[in-house]
Design a protein around this ligand. Structure first.
Ligand code: NDP
Length: 330
């Protein structure tokens, strides 16, 4: 089996030369461990941060070792009680075709209820990020006008639909192509959407939300954040989930120039990490199941095939080549 290692730290945009595909060393199972043949793995924007060695909430990836991240696969050997050969498990050792790990750090998932990929997306960390960010951080209320950036991506598309399901009066999304805008309006039930490459984000947002916004779910940062502050209504809340527009910057980007608007609007800005909100996982799973069943929460996936294309998949997320969740099928 093969694995993808980080061999040098990217400066600015990562390139294929920062990674190597290598044959992994054979490993024996210890008591309590399982061997998993990975079927699908996640490539996420946050992984860009782990490729740098700057101090952050997650340990940097070590050079010359396999990277890691969410994956689902089939157990092919087990020395653990309660996990059998043939079970599917969700775990944290992606970026490799085969994973050996303690069964205690894996969760058995039911692939007859939902496909393996869903546990990495709408039923997994992605969906919970959207739900926790909206309910707990942005304190969404019925009737709110909600704006979300990165709206055609994995988290963003869940945010828009969940906001609607929770009673938002109007949901506005931004994305990077006309095709994605059509998807938001035609398939995901957004009330308005724009391509942020079509002009100044502040102008495009004002056009889409002439009366302003109550909630901004930020996946992008930069001029999107400034535009949202500019359109914020009294008591508006901004949840900072991500800032993908600056992840490959080599110099700090200037901050929003209009922060003083938070005074008159009594607005708040709060960052969050999904890892702090796993106590909501059960509540979210129950709601998500109902929303999926009644059609109010749908999810698209974009697949890249083969471990040898995993890096392309990761670079593709940073470039916006995905609609919905970007995944690598192994
Ligand atoms: P997405 O599926 O949304 O993929 C990333 C998208 O970002 C791309 O498809 C692209 O779409 C968009 N993008 C790339 N560059 C830019 C840019 N310069 N300006 C605007 N949009 C850009 O990824 P995820 O759903 O996995 O993650 C979304 C965000 O949420 C990320 O910022 C991520 O770091 C964050 N996140 C945070 C978590 C937390 O706990 N706080 C947990 C999970 C994710 P387009 O074509 O529209 O440009």
């Amino acid at each position: 089996p093969r694995e993808v290692q980080l061999v040098s730290r990217p400066v600015g945009w990562p390139t294929p030369e920062n990674f190597a595909l290598v044959e992994s060393a054979p490993t024996q199972l210890a008591e309590g461990q399982i061997r998993v043949r990975n079927e699908v793995m996640s490539v996420d924007p946050y992984m860009r941060g782990r490729m740098s060695d700057a101090k952050s909430y997650a340990e940097p990836y070590a050079l010359g070792e396999a990277m890691h991240g969410g994956a689902v696969g089939e157990v092919v050997e087990s020395r653990a009680e309660g996990v059998s050969v043939g079970d599917h498990v969700l775990h944290g050792l992606g970026w490799r075709e085969e994973a050996v790990l303690d069964a205690a750090s894996a969760r058995v998932v039911d692939t007859s209820v939902a496909p393996a990929s869903a546990y990495l997306g709408v039923l997994g960390m992605t969906g919970l990020t959207a739900y926790a960010g909206l309910t707990r951080v942005a304190k969404l209320k019925e009737g709110d006008v909600v704006f979300v950036s990165g709206a055609a991506g994995a988290v963003g598309s869940a945010v828009g639909q969940i906001a609607k399901a929770l009673g938002a009066s109007r949901v506005i999304g931004s994305a990077g192509s006309q095709e994605k805008v059509d998807h938001l309006l035609g398939d995901l039930g957004f009330d308005a959407a724009f391509n942020y490459k079509d002009g100044r984000v502040s102008d495009l947002l004002r056009e889409a939300a002439p009366d302003g916004i109550d909630v901004y779910f930020d996946n992008v940062g930069g001029d999107h954040l400034e535009a949202a502050i500019g359109s914020l209504r009294l008591g508006g809340r901004i949840a900072i989930c991500g800032a993908i527009s600056v992840y490959n910057n080599t110099e700090a980007a200037p901050g929003p120039r209009n922060l003083a608007r938070l005074i008159q609007t009594r607005g708040t800005i709060q960052g969050f990490l999904v890892g702090d909100h796993y106590d909501l996982a059960g509540e979210y799973a129950a709601k998500a199941a109902a929303w999926i069943a009644d059609g109010s929460l749908t999810s698209r996936e974009t697949f890249v095939d083969g471990i040898d294309h995993a890096v392309d998949g990761f670079l593709g997320v940073l470039r916006g080549q995905n609609v919905g969740k970007m995944l690598v099928r192994l």
